[in-house]
Design a protein. Structure first.
Length: 246
């Protein structure tokens, strides 16, 4: 418990040294950091080619570059209380072998790796810059032996996980229903998955990369409700905890 509180405090104090990691990893001076983080959300949105994009995953592999790191870093710094609540949620459920799917800048994977209840974290992200940045952060924070970095779930070579963390990712996928079916297959009967989603492009199209197609969303909820049972938690956030129904 005390260790959990220390991890939360470290995140709330400095987001696990995020700013210094950004400056060191991207060889940036302190005076350039604000520019890197400023307008990150709109800069990322403006990169999106709209309808011209035929494969959604190309956006995350080929187009975003370091813009997603900037966007996620700004979000984790400016919404630190919200992110801290998602870390509290992880602390309630994470154990043994953890898959962090779409791990971004690594906040959740790093916090899980710091936890004594977690044996190993598999950080999966389609974006190479994100993987390299979080690998660097894990070394700096001394938890690199507890994290393996992979481009896909298949690359982890693991057949089952005790915990799955998939936060703010499902709305970025062409077929979120298929993704949670895959999660279902790699969970044990007592595994827990933490999911949230935001199937909305925003009032001013701030999130042009989010899926908002009615049929895709209906298929997602049908799959979710037929394969997973929600496990109650008292934290007032949209992220939900699930176990397998069968
Ligand atoms: C909005 S970010 C969320 C990051 C992190 N989970 C968080 O809560 O801060 C979405 C992440 O999903 C990754 N991603 C998108 N499509 C993916 C895919 N098909 N497989 C793995 N990662 C993917 C992106 O590269 C990005 O890091």
């Amino acid at each position: 418990m005390e260790k959990d509180n220390l991890i939360l405090k470290e995140f709330l104090d400095n987001a696990f040294n995020l700013k210094s990691h950004l400056m060191e990893f991207f060889s940036m001076k302190e005076c350039d950091l604000d520019g890197f983080l400023a307008n990150a959300k709109m800069n990322l949105a403006n990169l999106h080619p709209g309808e011209a994009l035929s494969d959604v995953s190309d956006f995350y592999t080929d187009i975003v570059g370091d813009r997603h790191v900037a966007d996620l870093a700004t979000w984790h710094i400016t919404s630190k209380d919200y992110i801290a609540d998602t870390l509290k949620l992880q602390q309630r459920f994470s154990k043994n072998t953890v898959l962090d799917f779409g791990g971004g800048i690594g906040t959740h994977a790093l916090a899980n790796a710091m936890s004594t209840r977690v044996e190993h974290v598999f950080f999966v992200d389609i974006n190479k810059t994100n993987r390299n940045f979080v690998e660097y952060r894990a070394r700096e924070l001394g938890v690199d032996k507890k994290i393996t970095f992979c481009q896909s779930i298949k690359d982890t070579k693991m057949s089952k996980f005790d915990t799955i963390v998939c936060l703010d990712v499902l709305e970025h996928l062409a077929d979120p229903a298929s993704q949670i079916e895959i999660f279902n297959e790699i969970m044990k009967s007592n595994s827990i998955a933490l999911f949230n989603w935001y199937f909305y492009k925003g009032e001013k199209n701030e999130y042009p990369f989010h899926i908002d197609d009615d049929q895709i969303i209906e298929k997602f909820f049908t799959t979710l409700q037929s394969n997973f049972l929600e496990v109650f938690h008292p934290i007032l956030i949209t992220t939900r905890a699930y176990k397998r129904i069968r």
